[in-house]
Design a protein around this ligand. Structure first.
Ligand SMILES: Cc1cc2nc3c(=O)[nH]c(=O)nc-3n(C[C@H](O)[C@H](O)[C@H](O)COP(=O)(O)OP(=O)(O)OC[C@H]3O[C@@H](n4cnc5c(N)ncnc54)[C@H](O)[C@@H]3O)c2cc1C
Length: 465
């Protein structure tokens, strides 16, 4: 039976019930995959179609223009998949959250809009790992971000060209391709269900406050994933905004990092002033990465994002020509520009707790501490992460982690660096796993069990001495 053969009333009868706003309905219609059609990393769905055969597919439900307004019709959305913990966004925070929840015993699903993991740390070519160490009371350098983040750095060290400068008190640099590979390895070995090329559109709610999944936009059309707990690690709070959580929306620098090659073939005549924008060394010999600050702008505005891509690419091209026009630097070339624009901060959750820089610098302590973060360059002591910074004020069964957690603007500068995103992702993943295991909401989760699970996964939770 095809939807287009049915009247609207027949269709509603066929699917069994009315479609209330925000509620997905299990569809029996032809053309969609069954409920458990996840692409596990080592499993590729085969269709029965012969070469060139037409696969009868999706019923069309185009938008309509009515009196000058474009209306999206009410329609049932297929339930693609069900899971315990749904993590939306496969950046540093999302990967740590997914791995932590899976190691904590939950069935985990990770959704990512692009075809690879790592977020800004791979697709954004942000390669320097800042903020995982600090000064303890004795004035010694001490690494505070441990757990899955530390495991990632240890594993990068074992892979060729994975990471350089890994010593306490220094900020190491990673290679984006090696990190992409490592994340595939770690996600696969944790048996996490993966949906790539899937852009989360909307939260799915059971009622006004309770999240129970997300609708993703795919080439198969919109699909629903139902979950007991959802973690928004999109960096931009796409899910918590859709669920109705309150948040701050901020403008911040948007740049476009890139890499240069052949810096090991530079032969400047004596006395040549080195050109600008040469960047810093990476694990690949002769390759440097060049960061870009960029203007303060709205990272959610599609017109702004489009214009910045155009401007930044012209700017980088100009910079590289300037380098190549410098005597001795003729062989330097533009290896790659980041496939993802460098959007640093957009939506920041209004959490049950909000972190401040003053609190971080003065060692403020929290009863609901679920992590310890470091300083940019070890210029102050470690700071505690309260669970409340991941938890929306009024929405249930939804956590956030990474650059969108609750912090005042100055503190977000510190919360957003990669190791601190690993750390908050780790905490959110363990909390979601414990909530699922005990059948509680994320708000009522047993924090002693969360901390025990985090310690069991080698996270560092103690007040820095
Ligand atoms: C230019 C620049 C320079 C920086 N320099 C440094 C530095 O030197 N050192 C440092 O440690 N940090 C640095 N940072 C900060 C750091 O890179 C990021 O803050 C960090 O990567 C954030 O991690 P995250 O997991 O919270 O978010 P992200 O890395 O942004 O990951 C979010 C993921 O979610 C996916 N996603 C987004 N929306 C959706 C959706 N709707 N559906 C599905 N998937 C979605 C994205 O594709 C991405 O994979 C820099 C950032 C920028 C932009």
């Amino acid at each position: 039976m095809r939807r287009q053969d049915l009247s609207r009333r027949d269709w509603m009868r066929f699917i069994g019930t009315g479609v209330a706003a925000g509620v997905t309905i299990q569809m029996a219609a032809d053309g969609f995959l069954g409920t458990d059609s996840t692409v596990k990393a080592d499993f590729v769905q085969k269709t029965s179609a012969k070469k060139g055969e037409y696969i009868d597919g999706h019923s069309a439900a185009p938008c309509r223009r009515v009196a000058g307004e474009v209306i999206r019709p009410e329609r049932a959305i297929p339930n693609l998949h069900e899971t315990d913990v749904l993590v939306v966004g496969g950046g540093p925070a999302g990967c740590c959250a997914a791995i932590a929840a899976a190691r904590g015993g939950a069935k985990v699903t990770l959704v990512e809009r692009y075809g690879y993991f790592g977020g800004l740390a791979t697709g954004g070519l942000v390669l320097i790992i800042l903020g995982h160490w600090t000064l303890n009371q004795r004035g010694e350098k001490e690494q505070v971000v441990q757990g899955i983040g530390e495991e990632m750095m240890q594993r990068l060290e074992k892979l060729p060209h994975g990471i350089v400068d890994r010593q306490i008190g220094r900020n190491p640099t990673i290679d984006a391709e090696v990190y992409k590979y490592l994340l595939v390895e770690m996600i696969t070995e944790s048996k996490i269900d993966v949906f790539l090329h899937s852009w989360a559109l909307d939260a799915i709610m059971d009622d006004e406050r309770t999240v129970c999944g997300a609708v993703i936009q795919t080439k198969m059309g919109p699909q629903a994933i139902l979950a007991k707990q959802v973690i928004d690690t999109t960096g931009d709070g796409d899910l918590f905004a859709s669920a109705g959580a309150s948040f701050d929306q901020r403008l911040y620098h948007i740049g476009l990092p890139h890499r240069l090659g052949n810096l090991d073939r530079v032969t400047p005549p004596a006395g040549t002033k080195p050109p600008r924008f040469l960047g810093d060394k990476t694990p690949i010999p002769g390759a440097c990465w060049v960061n870009m600050s960029g203007p303060d702008a709205d990272g959610l505005d599609v017109k702004t994002l489009s214009q910045l891509e155009l401007n930044h690419r012209k700017q980088i091209w100009k910079q590289v020509q300037e380098i190549r026009n410098t005597p001795g630097y003729e062989e330097v070339y533009l290896m790659e520009t980041a496939p993802q624009l460098g959007v640093r901060i957009t939506r920041v959750l209004e959490g049950v707790a909000t972190l401040t820089m003053e609190g971080a610098k003065t060692g403020r302590q929290f009863d609901d501490c679920v992590g310890v973060g470091g300083a940019w360059n070890g210029d102050h002591r470690g700071w505690q992460l309260p669970y409340g910074a991941l938890l929306p004020v009024k929405i249930d069964n939804l956590l956030t982690a990474g650059r969108s957690i609750s912090g005042e603007p100055l503190m977000s500068e510190l919360l957003r660096v990669i190791p601190n995103c690993w750390m908050s992702g780790h905490a959110a993943g363990c909390a979601a796993a414990v909530a699922v295991k005990n059948g509680t909401t994320a708000r009522d989760v047993n924090l002693d069990e969360v901390r025990a699970m985090l310690r069991g996964q080698n996270a560092f939770l103690d007040v820095p001495k």
